[in-house]
Design a protein around this ligand. Structure first.
Ligand SMILES: Cc1cc2nc3c(=O)[nH]c(=O)nc-3n(C[C@H](O)[C@H](O)[C@H](O)COP(=O)(O)OP(=O)(O)OC[C@H]3O[C@@H](n4cnc5c(N)ncnc54)[C@H](O)[C@@H]3O)c2cc1C
Length: 292
């Protein structure tokens, strides 16, 4: 998101640039206006968070849009020959003359400025920090791993039949957020313009963890872990229309293809060092946080 947004600005300003993306293709799919977030506990509606003032504050309305659709919209703003797919950046080096990246396919590219917009596990940040560490210029806080206190499973259903899910007949989308009764979970649903329902179930952990933490087990991630969390949350009630419909998360899980379900750690950290020499970091590469 960050990298393509920057590329659009550079395109408009007439500044030369190239984007190196490790994925081999982008997937495209449309937004539904959202004016409210309805908050519930497991028994009843609590309050409505009106998000319509966002228009006055930011000049545009709020939309529920799935990530691939948003990506597709951004991609329309940059020229295809500027983005290089299947280019996993492994390392970078820089000096007074320029900056060079090396990719997994052994190709190298030279430029004047490198922007690391490569997400929470930014390879550019890691390369930048290892150079700074050698020079004793890296603050201790930037050496600490990314911590997380919440994990989630997140997914989107296949396109649904609006007669079965009347929530989809509404012209506006609303986010429904449900706070679990006496359990460390909350969950949220929202309808998209292509008749899908996006959902997320968040688990609040007892203590802070990290990938480097002794209590971290890689077996807790991936397909099987996502499936076992799906079983756990299957009977959690949801609040889709019509009112009193008695639907549960299971109704959505049964309509969600497995490959559209992920278990994710919601890491939160703001790094102190965000540039050095000819390299600058952007987006989750410098500040990862959960917005759920
Ligand atoms: C479950 C979940 C729900 C979220 N919900 C919301 C939400 O509702 N609203 C919101 O605003 N934000 C949300 N976020 C946060 C949002 O997704 C991120 O803040 C945002 O995607 C960060 O954008 P970015 O461009 O910095 O990084 P990313 O979107 O992570 O992009 C990084 C890109 O770099 C590529 N890449 C990674 N490593 C390399 C490499 N070595 N070489 C080349 N390319 C590489 C990746 O393939 C990717 O395309 C959510 C995050 C999660 C996990």
């Amino acid at each position: 998101m960050g990298g393509i947004s920057l590329a659009i600005q550079l395109e408009k300003a007439g500044i030369p640039y190239q984007v190196f993306e490790r994925a081999s293709e982008m997937k495209f799919l449309v937004a539904k206006e959202c004016t409210a977030m309805d908050m519930y506990n497991e028994q009843q509606f609590e309050f409505r968070l009106d998000v319509s003032p966002v228009f006055e504050m930011g000049g545009d309305r709020c939309y529920i849009i799935s990530r691939p659709v948003f990506h597709g919209l951004l991609m329309q703003g940059i020229l295809k020959d500027k983005i290089f797919m299947n280019k996993k950046v492994l390392s970078m080096s820089q000096d007074r003359q320029g900056v060079r990246i090396e990719c997994a396919d052994k190709s190298t590219y030279d430029g004047d400025i490198l922007v690391g917009a490569d997400g929470a596990y930014s390879a550019v940040r890691q390369a930048l920090y290892s150079g700074l560490k050698e020079e004793n210029k890296l603050p201790a806080s930037d050496e600490m791993p990314l911590p997380f206190t919440t994990t989630c499973i997140v997914g989107q259903t296949e396109p649904l039949d609006p007669t079965e899910f009347p929530e989809l007949l509404q012209s506006l989308s609303r986010l429904c957020n449900i706070k679990g009764d006496n359990k460390p979970y909350s969950w949220m649903t929202g309808a998209t313009a292509d008749n899908r329902i996006c959902w997320v179930v968040i688990e609040y952990l007892e203590r802070k963890s990290s990938k480097e933490n002794a209590s971290y087990r890689s077996s807790e991630w991936g397909q099987e872990a996502a499936e076992s969390m799906c079983k756990l949350v299957y009977d959690f009630p949801i609040t889709l229309r019509p009112e009193g419909s008695k639907m549960t998360m299971g109704h959505l899980l049964d309509k969600t293809p497995k490959h559209l379900i992920s278990k994710v750690m919601l890491e939160e950290k703001v790094f102190d060092t965000w540039y050095s020499g000819r390299t600058v970091l952007l987006g989750d590469g410098i500040c990862s946080q959960s917005s759920c």
